[in-house]
Ligand binder design. Structure first.
Ligand SMILES: NC(=O)c1ccc[n+]([C@@H]2O[C@H](COP(=O)([O-])OP(=O)(O)OC[C@H]3O[C@@H](n4cnc5c(N)ncnc54)[C@H](O)[C@@H]3O)[C@@H](O)[C@H]2O)c1
Ligand SMILES: O=C(O)C[C@H](O)C(=O)O
Length: 351
């Protein structure tokens, strides 16, 4: 046993002996990284907002050849930000290089909806991209890579990815409806005049589109009287079924109208929330919304990516079971499932 003074001297000369074993970097792919959401999200990931403040990352960034200069500019800025968690950056327009060995894939690359654009046009532009990236995912990503599709039409792009990457387990593919979930929490918090962190379990069913059902009927909020049902606190069923639902459903369009382009910082933030909770787990008693491959829960048809309330533990999501669905919710949930079935049919016309 070395003497105390010898130990003290050892630590003085070799201070790294006291450090914990460093974590191995996780390789995170962001497609469309030169775009507006991509630009916001890469900085958040490299600051630890997605995988944790002690998790080093290597960023793989993919964008089209025509965006090469812009993508290189993002790479330069990441270097200039001197981010200690960032252990490497790959900036490329080659899908094979981008997907090589990645553990997490955030798929944002695509053509966003512009004002006045029809859903069919959006599908036509985006599904061929997801067919091509499915092949790269299956061939080059690390086994068990977790995938989040952000690009619209997000649910249908996720479905195309699943169908054309049959070796990738369906449970590893998801699409972003956490954004709508966060918007729903924000609207309830504003209505109740409480902090958004005090509201939970306002959830999203269905498609990431204007047919989705934002549902606050199972939500709760902390008040001076403890944790109470949102329904009881708001005590206005008409607001919950009409104004709340409409505001959340139309929020994307409202931001496009106000900004002239679609939401980006809130989308990037929700992207981090989605992945963080999936990988690191949801807090006890908290549900989040994720677009996942339907297993028939709540009579949602199989074979669709549909937003459900889920909890996550040890990197696995499970749909929250046993919620009471009233006739109002049932009819909206079915309408959103029908829209997804139509999108699936249209998608196949372009594949
Ligand atoms: N699911 C959601 O909640 C949600 C929220 C907001 C936006 N979105 C969607 O996210 C996507 C990105 O939005 P944005 O505002 O960042 O758009 P953007 O146009 O600013 O960026 C998109 C980027 O993708 C790139 N790209 C296009 N095709 C590509 C391909 N085949 N491979 C790699 N990169 C490619 C473009 O060059 C561009 O840099 C859009 O589809 C938008 O509708 C989804
Ligand atoms: O609505 C859009 O087209 C953009 C995005 O999906 C959003 O929800 O803000």
């Amino acid at each position: 046993m070395p003497s105390k003074s010898l130990l003290q001297r050892l630590v003085k000369w070799c201070p790294w002996l006291l450090r914990d074993e460093p974590k191995r970097p996780v390789k995170v792919l962001v497609t469309g990284a030169a775009g507006q959401i991509g630009y916001a999200v890469v900085a958040m990931i490299a600051r630890g907002l997605m995988l944790g403040a002690d998790q080093p990352v290597v960023l793989h960034m993919l964008d089209l050849p025509r965006s090469r200069d812009a993508l290189n500019g993002v790479r330069m800025e990441l270097i200039d930000a001197a981010l200690p968690l960032l252990r490497g950056v790959v900036a490329t327009s080659d899908e094979a290089e981008a997907f090589d060995g990645v553990n997490v894939a955030i798929l944002i690359g695509g053509s966003p909806r512009r004002e006045g654009m029809e859903r069919k046009d959006l599908i036509a532009k985006n599904v061929p991209i997801y067919k091509s990236q499915a092949a790269a995912l299956q061939k080059h990503a690390a086994p068990n890579c977790k995938v989040l599709v952000v690009a619209n039409p997000a649910n249908t792009n996720a479905l195309v990815l699943k169908e054309f990457a049959p070796a990738v387990p369906a449970k590893n593919i998801s699409c972003l409806t956490r954004f709508d979930h966060n918007r729903a929490l924000g609207q309830v918090a504003q209505k109740l005049n409480v902090h958004v962190g005090d509201v939970k379990n306002a959830i999203i069913w269905g498609n990431h589109s204007s047919t989705q059902l934002p549902d606050a009927s199972h939500g709760t909020a902390w008040t001076e009287r403890g944790e109470r049902p949102v329904r009881e606190l708001i005590a206005d069923e008409t607001w919950l079924r009409e104004e709340f639902v409409r505001t959340v459903q139309q929020r994307g369009a409202a931001v496009i109208k106000a900004r002239g382009q679609s939401s980006s910082l809130s989308a990037a933030s929700a992207t981090c929330d989605h992945m963080r909770d999936w990988i690191l787990g949801t807090p006890k008693g908290t549900w989040v919304s994720m677009g996942v491959y339907s297993d028939g829960s709540y009579s949602v048809p199989d074979g669709l990516f549909y937003s459900f309330p889920v909890t996550c533990e040890k990197g696995e999501w499970s749909v929250v079971q046993g919620l009471q669905i009233d006739d109002f919710a049932r009819s909206k949930m079915e309408a959103s499932a029908s829209e997804l079935m139509e999108e699936k049919t249209i998608a196949y016309e372009f594949l």
